[in-house]
Design a protein around this ligand. Structure first.
Ligand SMILES: C[S@@+](CC[C@H](N)C(=O)[O-])C[C@H]1O[C@@H](n2cnc3c(N)ncnc32)[C@H](O)[C@@H]1O
Length: 246
């Protein structure tokens, strides 16, 4: 059967790859790129940098086009489900064209377990495949390392959530990491909450800001707007520490 390697490649820096990830990359002859949205071009270019930095053999790079998707659906879960099905169908078609003994790789941003659909999509392929997952350094780890800080406080839990959920639910009883925030989710929070923020981590455009939301929130919004204006997109992640526990 065909082998599919789902390789976590870290959050942007070519040296974020583990030795296991480099070894897996060197086994593959075909690489699938599934990027989407406004960042797709630059993310694909960063993945090509990763391949160039570590590969020892030529690759077929197959970019899978993204099926259209309703960005403001009535039923979000149903829309995502249908969209994954459409992506799985496109990938099944591409995989079925590979030789029976092919080894192909999906290069997944960060780690495949964290806010990424590749494993769910691979589960739905209608071509039999042996799947191997290689873990990667997440944006969360890239953030805490860049700031030289810990993720959790002693004995404390940390929630990992999205900008969408932060906007809907507010900051609950625990510290939280916020990913996939299309807006400035820190606006409106208690000004004494500490924010540990990073954008474009591991890349030449990396920006790090940390402080009380009331003191640095505006500076973060400006940095974010500047990156978005210059690049057309921005990927940022942040840790929120509640003041009562500090
Ligand atoms: C679709 S999720 C993928 C997460 C990825 N699987 C991981 O393990 O980090 C994309 C989100 O990850 C975060 N992210 C990924 N790479 C980042 C980077 N280099 N700098 C800042 N945030 C990043 C952002 O919150 C972004 O919205």
């Amino acid at each position: 059967v065909r082998t599919l390697l789902v390789i976590g490649i870290g959050a942007g820096h070519p040296e974020h790859l583990t030795l296991q990830a480099v070894g897996a990359l060197r086994r593959a002859r075909t690489v699938f790129l599934l990027d989407k949205g406004s960042a797709a071009g630059e993310l694909a270019a960063l993945r090509r940098d990763v391949i160039a930095a570590h590969a020892q053999q030529p690759y077929d790079v197959v970019e899978i086009p993204d099926p259209p998707r309703d960005r403001a659906p009535h039923d979000y879960a149903a829309e995502v489900h249908d969209w994954h099905a459409a992506r799985a169908a496109l990938i099944s078609t591409a995989v079925a064209q590979l030789p029976e003994d092919a080894v192909a790789a999906f290069l997944v941003w960060g780690d495949p377990s964290l806010y990424d659909s590749t494993l769910r999509i691979v589960d739905r392929l209608d071509v039999p495949c042996a799947v191997e997952v290689i873990p990667g350094i997440t944006a969360v780890q890239a953030l805490t390392a860049a700031h030289g800080t810990t993720l959790n406080r002693v004995g404390e839990p940390v929630l990992i959530t999205t900008g969408r959920r932060l906007a809907a639910d507010g900051l609950g009883a625990h510290d939280a990491v916020v990913m996939l925030d299309a807006h400035d989710g820190w606006r409106g929070l208690d000004p004494d909450v500490e924010i540990v923020w990073g954008a474009c981590l591991g890349t030449a455009d990396e920006v790090l800001i940390r402080g009380a939301v009331g003191a640095v929130g505006e500076q973060i919004s400006q940095a974010r707007a500047e990156l978005r204006a210059r690049k057309g997109w921005v990927m940022d992640v942040y840790l929120l520490r509640r003041p009562a526990q500090r």
